[in-house]
Design a protein around this ligand. Structure first.
Ligand code: ADP
Ligand code: MG
Ligand code: MG
Length: 946
């Protein structure tokens, strides 16, 4: 079913109260009244809007082969309005209309919900413009002009007002429509749609009022389908609708078309501040100052019988990227029927119909002329916009009308294929293709899928709405999904369908399963955007919210039981199923190749284990930027020796313990170096606070004591001594190497011996980079470096092999950044440890930040979590200083970054800008960093636009 998130309207009992509430709180003061002019327009619109404000042009017309606006004016006209104007300029069949600008929305809120004083006049002029083209007049009882009122912000935004169609109908004009069309049934069908839509959207009267009336009428007359109703039936239903409206709101349904129009306009602007819209803006960082536009457009009718229809189409498949028209349409219907999903839509192309096995004709066979026109137009639009388009259209008695186009939302997989194919078709350049992929979206491709060898207990098959597979406990509500996620559980959100109110639950879930809705349903579109697996429209499943069960035939799964969904095939499986790592498509390789040609910033991986290193190489890492050796110490088999080492009283004891660790550590490095085949590997000496390794239970202490042959009491005492008040700022980092140089010596020996051995085995000797953590002064580094250099000399002598290595340091304390010139006299490379640098610059412990950081970001005290995206101003200033001062002393100083930030696209752009040599990030983020680095070099952000 062709649904859109922006218009996903809830008809289930559950959706209504929330929606009604959301709107009730934000209803514009004068919902159905004429505009009250503000005394002065003191709005402070955003810079680019100001020109329009100054000129006092609040309304931009389109239609008749031209328009005042164009695609580049989204800021002022909203996405829908700008593209309607563009299509009109292209000479495409667009019903004429006008756009009330986003500047009006801004002014409206800046002036206590009053409109600019010229607005009413300009709207009237807009109506005259439509009248001139259509030959119909708004409010004319004999020859009425009917319009739709459509909201349209800069970015498509669920939570905004739903579209109102057929506005301008009343008891008089409906008769004129009947006479002119010669079809009374059509006229009253349009009128009842209008009353229901307007009442719901503008007057806040819940849908069920109208649904109940219609159902009662149908059952009285023994009808099953809406299409069974005759003209007289609809006349009767309209009467009942109008009295229900009067009962509900105390006044009759507005009959004056101008009141209707201003009511609808007020509702659009009012919806900018409703709860759903505000939440959506917060989640997507859309500023309130953007405002929404309102589009008023002449109606065309898809409900004028069997030669009329309405539909949506993508110029390429938004799921796979395949170059083929993809979409659905409904004969004899209006826009909201497609949205409501009451009837099953038909395929557009004959090829798609054959594939789906549908017995209903495709648009290609049912409406060949309109189909041909659509084919011509979509080719034009793709060439013009140079991107895949998502279009809405209506066919009125055989004639095709375009109602919307925009760059279509797509999965990451589709985005890659489309970008690569558009470049190969020479519609865009390779650089543009690189710029178009949202780096973070690559995550979607790196998700696991179900192991093909796994046994599949398929209980249902729905639509493959968003790729990837996931397992988790079944939950039936978004609140519950969020709660369980907070407890560390993995959940699959199971719903009949989702709505914008479910966003938080979808965020929390591993995957989403719905029993209703199609490939373009809310669940599908939002899941694709989030990169989460989704199976939608699994119609054979029964969800019972009361009983908290999911039923498939005679299989009943309860809340909390495990289920697996495969968003690539649409399968729903009972239980947890084994997964495999993703295979990367040809387009992925192609595009990453283009990206690599463009970027200057190197990309390495943070990898501690051979498994990490293999993934890193597979994803194109150019080395290891951070190997944390402590992970090797925590191993079950080794921790004992590590504890002995830490708790030793004497250097001799310590050396004995270290001797046990040495071969293991060397073995780790040999494997790592072999995998990296001569690429650089940065190894950090032991960093974490010693107490992290200590035995805590009596039992553990006794075991270590026995192994060391010492008194457990004494050992317990020593363990207590090592406990710290603030370990993050305690006995850690280079402080360990300074207090116990033999630890650093053992590590250095392991590294160098491994380098020699791996070099012999692979013929590609690595250049190990030995990194000393938590340096604050040059003196510290000098002491540790001396030990490392001495060890290197020893190993060279023993092995007779020449060693190539470097000794450098992490810059992760503000003092180190400030003293970088001094430190660079000894350090051969720097690696900014931006996790610790952020902690120490802000004085915020990352592990304790959760309790207050949320408040900071919500209130805008911080723009975002500085541990996720680097604080470019503060922490960034230290990075700049460090680079600058370091390179002043050592011109070719190699500088990288190895915090979490290395995989965050905005931080990668920053690293490029300050001239780092490389970023290092977790292996799965390597492709993201490669792409982000390329985009930084191109000086472009990904062209992400709705
Ligand atoms: P959304 O943003 O929810 O997609 P739209 O404003 O695009 O809302 O309207 C939804 C649907 O309503 C359109 O796809 C189209 O089918 C129908 N519609 C809107 N305006 C008109 C119009 N002027 N004539 C005919 N149908 C219309
Ligand atoms: Mg639309
Ligand atoms: Mg650190």
């Amino acid at each position: 079913m062709a649904r859109r998130p922006a218009s996903s309207k809830k008809t289930s009992a559950k959706g209504k109260p929330a929606k009604a509430k959301a709107r009730a709180g934000s209803k514009p003061a004068k919902a159905a009244g004429r505009p009250a002019a503000a005394k002065s327009v003191a709005a402070k619109p955003a810079a680019a809007k100001s020109a329009a404000v100054k000129s006092g042009q609040w309304v931009y017309v389109f239609g008749g082969g031209k328009a005042q606006g164009r695609a580049g004016m989204k800021e002022l006209l909203g996405g829908k309005g700008a593209n309607l104007a563009e299509m009109a300029n292209l000479g495409l069949p667009v019903p004429p209309g006008f756009t009330i600008t986003t500047a009006v929305c801004t002014a409206y809120y800046a002036n206590a919900r009053k409109y600019p004083k010229d607005l009413e006049k300009q709207v009237d002029a807009g109506l005259s413009h439509i009248a001139k083209i259509t030959g119909r007049k708004f409010g004319d009882p004999a020859n009425p002009l009917l319009v739709s009122v459509r909201s349209g912000a800069r970015a498509s935004m669920p939570g905004m007002m739903d579209t109102v169609l057929n506005l301008g109908l009343n008891d008089e004009t409906v008769e004129a429509l009947a006479k002119q069309s010669g079809d009374r049934r059509f006229a009253y069908d349009s009128y009842r749609r209008f009353i229901q839509m307007y009442s719901n959207v503008v007057l806040d009267i819940e849908h069920h009022n109208f649904e109940d009336i219609l159902e009662e009428h149908k059952s009285r007359a023994n009808y099953t389908l809406d299409t069974d109703l005759t003209a007289d039936d609809w006349i009767e239903v309209v009467k009942l609708y109008k009295s229900r409206v009067e009962e509900e709101q105390g006044t009759p349904f507005p009959q004056d078309p101008r009141d209707q129009l201003w009511g609808a306009i007020g509702a659009v602007f009012g919806s900018w501040m409703n709860a759903r819209a505000i939440t959506y803006r917060r989640l997507h960082s859309i500023p309130e100052s953007w405002g929404t536009a309102v589009n008023v457009q002449a109606m065309v009718f898809g409900n004028m019988g069997d030669t009329s229809a309405t539909g949506v189409a993508f110029t390429r498949n938004p799921s796979t990227g395949e170059k083929r028209l993809y979409g659905e349409f409904l004969i004899n219907a209006q826009g909201e029927d497609v949205v409501a999903g009451i009837r099953t839509p038909q395929e557009i192309t004959e090829a798609a119909r054959k594939e789906s096995g549908s017995d209903k004709p495709s648009m290609e066979t049912a409406m060949p002329a309109a189909f041909k026109e659509l084919t011509r137009i979509y080719g034009t639009l793709e060439k013009h916009y140079r991107d895949m388009q998502d279009m809405e259209f209506t066919v009125e008695q055989g004639k095709l009308w375009m109602l919307q186009t925009r760059n279509g939302k797509r999965t990451a997989k589709a985005a890659l294929r489309i970008a690569v194919e558009l470049a190969n078709e020479k519609l865009i350049t390779k650089d543009e293709a690189v710029a178009r992929i949202e780096p973070a979206s690559l995550d979607q491709l790196l998700h696991p899928t179900i192991d093909p060898k796994a046994e599949r207990n398929v209980i249902a098959t729905g639509l493959p709405a968003s790729p990837g597979a996931a397992s988790g406990e079944i939950v039936f509500s978004s609140d519950e999904a969020a709660e369980l996620k907070a407890e560390g559980k993995k959940v699959i959100l199971v719903r009949v369908e989702t709505s914008p109110e479910d966003i938080h639950g979808m965020h929390a879930a591993e995957g989403i399963l719905t029993t209703r809705g199609g490939m373009t349903s809310h669940a599908a579109v939002v899941a694709r955007g989030m990169g989460k697996p989704c199976v939608s429209g699994a119609g054979s499943l029964r969800v019972d919210y009361n009983a908290q069960t999911l039923q498939a035939g005679n299989v009943v799964l309860k809340r909390g039981e495990l289920v697996t969904i495969d968003g690539s095939t649409g399968q729903v499986l009972a239980g947890r199923v084994p997964m495999v790592e993703p295979e990367l498509s040809g387009e992925f390789g192609t595009l990453m190749g283009w990206a690599d040609k463009v970027r200057s910033l190197g990309v390495r991986a943070n990898a501690d284990t051979p498994a990490d290193a293999r993934v890193a190489v597979r994803f194109g890492a150019q080395g290891i930027g951070l190997c944390r050796t402590e992970h090797m110490f925590f191993d079950e088999a080794r921790i004992q020796a590590v504890r002995e080492m830490i708790l030793s009283d004497t250097t001799d004891q310590r050396k004995k313990a270290l001797a046990k660790i040495l071969p293991m550590q060397r073995g780790d490095f040999v494997e790592l170096f072999e995998i990296m085949q001569g690429m650089p590997v940065t190894i950090r000496l032991l960093d974490p606070p010693l107490h992290e390794f200590l035995p805590h239970t009596e039992e553990d202490i006794a075991e270590v004591a026995a192994a060391m042959g010492v008194d457990p009491k004494k050992l317990g005492h020593r363990a207590k001594e090592l406990a710290e008040f603030n370990p993050m700022l305690g006995f850690r980092g280079c402080r360990i190497a300074i207090a116990y140089p033999e630890v650093a010596e053992m590590q250095a020996r392991a590294i160098f011996e491994a380098a020699v051995e791996a070099g012999k085995r692979t013929g590609k000797p690595v250049v190990p980079e030995v990194m000393v953590p938590l340096i604050a002064t040059k003196a510290e580094l000098d002491i540790v470096k001396a030990r490392i250099d001495a060890m290197a000399a020893e190993v060279q002598k023993e092995s007779g092999s020449k060693l190539n290595y470097q000794v450098g340091t992490m810059i992760e304390l503000p003092r180190a950044a400030l003293m970088a010139d001094e430190i660079a006299q000894s350090a051969e490379f720097f690696s900014f440890g931006t996790n610790d640098l952020t902690q120490t610059t802000f004085g915020i412990s990352r592990d304790d930040a959760a309790s207050f950081l949320g408040i900071y970001t919500q209130r805008g005290i911080l723009p975002g979590d500085p541990f996720v995206s680097i604080d470019q101003e503060g922490v960034g200033a230290l990075v700049r200083i460090g680079v600058e001062r370091g390179r002043k002393v050592r011109g070719k100083l190699k500088v990288g970054i190895c915090g979490e930030h290395g995989g965050d696209p905005a931080s990668v752009a920053f690293c490029h800008e300050v001239g780092l040599d490389y970023v290092s990030c977790s292996p799965f983020r390597v492709p993201i960093a490669r792409l982000a680095a390329a985009q930084a070099a191109l000086g472009k952000k990904a062209a992400g636009e709705a």
